[in-house]
Design a protein around this ligand. Structure first.
Ligand SMILES: [Zn+2]
Length: 200
């Protein structure tokens, strides 16, 4: 083997990451190799902090202890839960919308059948969401998935699963078009869609 085994093995691990390729893994390792000590230390420090985070026991957002900053915050409106596919949608909603309820992170979408693990994870989390809604007597669930095929399939799945619980279910709609991803939406559209959401 021409490469040292640690380089070869790391390359294989990194190449498995979503959207990463073998060449991408090489470029990442090259970048690391070219960093000076300060750059390496900074990266390792942040990475170490990241690895110490846990999924929140209630909503699966990033948490330092058992619960995330939102589930821990007594001032948040606990009667509303906004369901999102990715934790990275939270800062967008926090910044642009002024929403004060809680969140629930699905960890993916109900996508085409070749991503079975992702579907399994989402379904498992939806079961936990149902327990939470029943226990907390949640009044409204706001579905904020993308307007892509997978995002809409996920919204339909949520509706079917949650409507038996008698909770009000709504989805952001106004101003969005088929194929739109929330992360690319402009602040005004997102704000309007949040205040005028469609009941499902
Ligand atoms: Zn939480």
């Amino acid at each position: 083997m021409a490469l040292p085994s640690s380089v070869e093995n790391l390359k294989k691990i990194i190449a498995k990451l979503p959207t990463m390729s073998s060449r991408g893994a090489e470029r990442f390792l090259e970048w690391w190799w070219n960093q000076n000590n300060g750059g390496r230390e900074e990266f390792l420090k942040e990475w170490e902090g990241f690895t110490k985070l846990n999924p929140c026991k209630l909503c699966f957002y990033f948490a330092e202890g058992d619960l995330c900053q939102f589930c821990n915050d007594k001032k948040r409106d606990r009667s509303k839960i906004c369901v999102i596919a990715s934790p990275f949608t939270v800062p967008l909603i926090e910044k642009e919308v002024g929403y004060k309820g809680l969140y629930f992170v699905l960890g993916g979408e109900i996508v085409s059948s070749y991503k079975l693990k992702e579907i399994e994870l989402v379904k498992k989390r939806v079961e936990l969401l149902k327990d939470w809604i029943e226990k907390e007597k949640t009044k409204e669930v706001i579905i904020a998935t993308d307007f892509t095929t997978a995002g809409s399939a996920t919204a339909m799945y949520l509706k079917e699963e949650l409507e038996k619980l008698g909770v009000q279910i709504s989805r952001l709609a106004q101003g969005f078009h088929q194929g739109d991803a929330l992360s690319y939406s402009d602040p005004l559209t997102l704000k309007r869609a949040f205040s005028k959401r469609d009941k499902l």
